[in-house]
Ligand binder design. Structure first.
Ligand code: TYD
Length: 220
């Protein structure tokens, strides 16, 4: 596959979606062919799964929740992500397997040993080349979420979880970043949108240069 797969991760309210959109616009200005996507819910089947997961009154038990996220991913990676990478596009995806590891394993405490083969089955060998982890103290993230709700944005079931759940998710992301420092890069998500976007670009630039996608700054 000739494309470049970048995922955007972090706790709810960390600002990754805004940053992903800005990064996509900037990459397009550089003349690059970008596909923006997200999980869960960016296929016709996935939209149904997303509704069941996040908005259905009968909350799924943790095991059902996990399998629904994986069903969404299995469809998404085969129908959307892998074809885009084969076309040579740069794929920017909001959430992927690291979210499952952080929310369903660290957050819901499902058993990693039982879950890992299913995670691998869902992602079909397609792993991110680069992951930006937007790290924000949970208290700040929750405050941002409350603000969003005031502007009328629909809250999901996850948003209503207790602070201790979101703390466990954040700790899960931190452990993943420690385990894979080459792939997962921490972005300090505190500060205004422009400041965080500068941090994003400073991480994207060398990654794109090293893959020959944009010319290195040394040679103009
Ligand atoms: P969404 O509204 O898309 O939130 P965000 O903009 O923060 O991504 O809701 C997605 C929710 O689903 C979010 O709370 C994280 C959760 N999630 C999991 O728990 N496991 C997963 O594997 C994925 C992809 C998402």
């Amino acid at each position: 596959m000739s494309g470049f797969f970048i995922t955007f991760e972090g706790v709810d309210g960390c600002g990754k979606t805004t940053q992903r959109r800005l990064a996509a616009a900037w990459l397009r200005e550089q003349g690059l062919d970008v596909l923006e996507t997200f999980e869960p819910g960016d296929t016709p089947l996935g939209r149904e799964i997303r509704r069941l997961l996040l908005h259905e009154a009968d909350a799924p038990v943790p095991e059902a929740e996990l399998l629904l996220f994986l069903a969404d991913r299995a469809q998404h990676v085969r129908r959307v992500i892998a074809p885009a990478l084969e076309r040579g596009q740069i794929v920017l995806c909001d959430r992927y397997t690291d979210s499952t590891l952080a929310y369903q394993l660290a957050g819901r405490r499902l058993d990693a040993e039982a879950v890992t083969p299913a995670l691998r089955l869902a992602e079909a060998g397609v792993r991110p080349h680069l992951t930006l982890w937007f790290d924000l103290p949970v208290r700040e993230a929750l405050a941002r979420m409350r603000q969003r709700e005031q502007t009328g944005e629909a809250a999901t079931r996850m948003d209503g979880e207790r602070q201790s759940f979101h703390e466990a998710v954040r700790a899960g992301f931190a452990r993943l970043a420690e385990r894979e420092p080459g792939r997962i890069r921490r972005v300090d998500a505190a500060g205004d949108v422009e400041t965080v976007q500068r941090r994003v670009r400073s991480l994207l630039l060398p990654a794109l240069e090293s893959r020959g996608l944009i010319a290195g700054s040394a040679d103009g």
